[in-house]
Every structure is written in C-alpha cells, then in structure tokens.
Design a protein around this ligand. Structure first.
Ligand code: AKB
Length: 330
C-alpha cells in the first residue's frame, strides 16, 4: 500500500485509522475522504490531504483515485445498526450502492479494497456461541442485509474481476477518541463516559446480553494487517470473524467498579437495540483469521478498561478546562 483513500475518514473508525495509516506509510499519500457537513478538522486536516468523496457519487470516488494515484481504498462509509433500522433505504444506498461504486472504481483503476463487515451480518438462526467462520447468515436487520450483500459482492469482484478485496467482521468497537453513532454496541462506550463524568449510567440492554467487543487499537491493527497479509495464505477474503472479548452489561459494569467503586448503573431498555442485540451472536470463533493471517488481539476487558479510563479522564478534564477558559474569555 502506498497511496490510500479512506471513504468516511471523519467517522468513528476513519478518524483514527487515517492517522494510523499516515504513521504507517509516511512516504505515501493517505487521503481523508469526507462528505459535506463532516469535514476533517485539526490534526486530521493538517496531517495530510483530504477530498470531498461521497460514496454515493462514483465520479467523486474516481476523481480522487486518479488525482492521488490511489492503490488501496478503505471503505468505511456506513450507517450503524440502530440508525440503519430507522433509515433502511439510505442504509442500502450507502452500504450496497456505495460499495458497488467503490468496487467499480477499484476494478477500473486496479485498487485493493477493504470494507468492514460486522457481527451484524449474522442473524437469529446463526449458532450463537463461538459462531463459526462459515455458517448461516440470515440477518433480520437492514444493517445485516447490507453487510452480507457487501461480503458477497466483494467476493464476487475478487473471483470475477481479480479485485483484491479483503474484510473483517468487526465486533462492537470501543474508543475514547471519536464516539460511535447509532450502533447497538454503543453502550459499551457510553458507560465509560458516564463513569468518568461521575454520572449514573442507564444501560439500554438487559443483563445477559452478550456481544463481541474490541478496543480500537486492536481494530486498527486488524484493518492494516489484513490488507498486508500474504494473499497466497488467504482461504477466505470477505469476511473474517475477529474478536477480542465477549461480555454483557453486568461484566463491564463490574470491571469499571473495580476502578471507580462509587459508579452506579441501572437499566432503561431500548427495545430496538435489545431486539437487534438478541439477533446477534454471543461470541465469535476467529480461528480462521488467526491461522490465515496471524490475527491476535492485545486488549482484554481488564487491560482495555484501565487504558480507556486513563485516557478518557485526561480527555474530559481537558475539555472541561477548555470550556471554562472559553466562558472566562467571553
Ligand atoms: C453496531 O452496533 O451497529 C456496530 C457493529 C457491531 O457493527 N458497532
């Protein structure tokens, strides 16, 4: 990889992945593709090129690819599961129509393509525990439908046209940098914010709702390592099960309480998110990713919680200081 275009570079994964890729490939161009209203700011804007690239506009994708001589596209544009349920038509246009545009531009310009799939690509008929790599994928959400379609379309472009498409099925991603928006697993980020702010947390999912999760540094490494993997070793492409941990709300609450004993949590269920979570697996089997490209997570619940709380408390203190000083100077 030398010249990379990220579509959706200002989102939850994109804003961190763009910076990691710029560190990883200092001699290449890592272009932050954004849509109107979500322009890059600060370090993201200053550390490299950016371009307006709306995934639903094939012409915009093609002109950025040509202008920067792009060889790899990270396609991170998507509506997360709960939002996709509220706006299914838009979720399809972005997730499937957008991917089709990316794959066509990649075919014409010889680019490799990474498009994340998700634990949301599974459904209620999928084996719930240690979900195998190759199994039933009959999701009941629009998010899941777009993800399964995306896996199939990406594999089709690899076998039919030789486009180097690769992907991982991300679990819920936890980060202190950019917040997620509209996912079913978002509670596992929100709970840390509440704990650090000294607020009581109202959990939208009931106890016993297990889902796979991963700390963002592991997720970023996975997205880079899969694209660097030796293609001759890949039996699968779109998409690999990967996981780092599986927990339910009680487990993450108990872990945070080890560090913040006063922290309080209660339940205020969100029926939409609960029904989505109930249709997803409790835990994935990621043996194929481990065997085919050496995948191995570094963060478990304990290590992630220590790191998350440490970074988040610094971040929130800094934000409070900035707010106070802006009030004092106005
Ligand atoms: C969501 O909750 O929608 C996402 C996902 C698991 O793909 N975080």
């Amino acid at each position: 990889m030398k010249n990379i275009l990220l579509i959706g570079a200002t989102g939850q994964i994109g804003s961190e992945l763009t910076m990691r890729l710029r560190e990883e490939y200092p001699s290449g161009q890592v272009v932050a593709g954004y849509i109107s209203g979500a322009e890059p700011k600060g370090e993201l804007l200053e550390s490299g090129p950016s371009a307006m690239v709306d995934i639903t506009n094939a012409g915009q994708i093609a002109s950025a690819v040509k202008k920067y001589n792009i060889d790899t596209i990270y396609n991170l544009a998507a509506l997360l599961s709960a939002v996709a349920e509220k706006r299914p038509q838009l979720a399809w246009n972005v997730g499937v129509g957008g991917l089709y545009n990316v794959l066509e531009v990649a075919r014409e310009n010889n680019c490799a393509v990474f498009t994340p799939s998700s634990i949301g690509s599974f459904g209620p008929n999928t084996p719930r525990i240690k979900t195998p790599q190759d199994t039933v994928q009959r999701p009941t959400t629009m998010y899941g439908v777009t993800k399964v379609t995306g896996e199939l379309l990406s594999d089709y472009y690899a076998s039919r046209f030789g486009v180097d498409t690769r992907s991982v099925r991300f679990p819920g991603l936890i980060s202190y940098v950019a917040p997620p928006g509209g996912g079913t697993t978002d509670y596992a980020v929100d709970i840390y914010y509440a704990a650090c702010k000294g607020e009581k947390f109202f959990c939208p999912l009931k106890p016993g709702t297990f889902m796979d999760m991963m700390y963002m540094p592991d997720a970023l490494r996975a997205a880079i390592e899969i694209m660097e993997a030796d293609p001759s070793k890949l039996v699968h492409r779109n998409s690999f099960n990967i996981t780092a941990m599986s927990f339910d709300p009680e487990m993450i609450y108990a872990k945070i309480k080890e560090f913040i004993p006063d922290f309080q949590m209660d339940y205020k269920l969100d029926p939409l998110r609960q029904s989505i979570a109930d249709s997803w697996p409790d835990s994935l089997d990621d043996t194929c990713a481990r065997e085919e490209w050496g995948w191995k997570p570094r963060f478990d619940l304990d290590f992630m919680t220590k790191d998350m709380l440490a970074h988040l408390s610094v971040k929130l203190k800094k934000e409070t200081k900035e707010k106070v000083s802006s009030v004092c100077t106005t």
